[in-house]
Design a protein around this ligand. Sequence first.
Ligand code: 5GP
Ligand code: ZN
Length: 122
Amino acid sequence: MPSQRDDCLFCSIVREGNYVRQEKGFVAIKDINPQAPVHLLVIPERHVDTFRDIGEFPAREMKRMLEFVAETAREAGLTDYKVQVNVGPSAGQTVFHLHWHILGTIPHSDAIDHVQTAVVEL
Ligand code: 5GP
Ligand code: ZN
């Protein structure tokens, strides 16, 4: 496993967390304090303190991490969403292990729209 810190919350979540999605090198979890109807965090196994250190990721791993963010959003049912990284305390960063916020709202499904249409027609 790439670099880990014993005293890091997200390193321990990567080791033993309750994931919504996982693949080698990355996990996705639900944010404990959601700021949107869907609020997920993508966390790489590799510990880097902040986005400022993004250069520590090998190019291939970096590409895979961004693909993992997009796939996680899609599998969560999101088409439109925000991807956010807070960099540094005054920008809102509270956990110093790089992570990507996915924030969105699941649109009404076709099934629900169909039922609503049927009710109107009756
Ligand atoms: P930051 O503020 O560093 O950009 O984001 C850290 C996020 O981690 C916050 O949105 C916060 O709610 C979330 N968080 C903090 N501790 C935990 C935890 O123990 N479990 C989970 N699932 N999320 C956490
Ligand atoms: Zn860490």
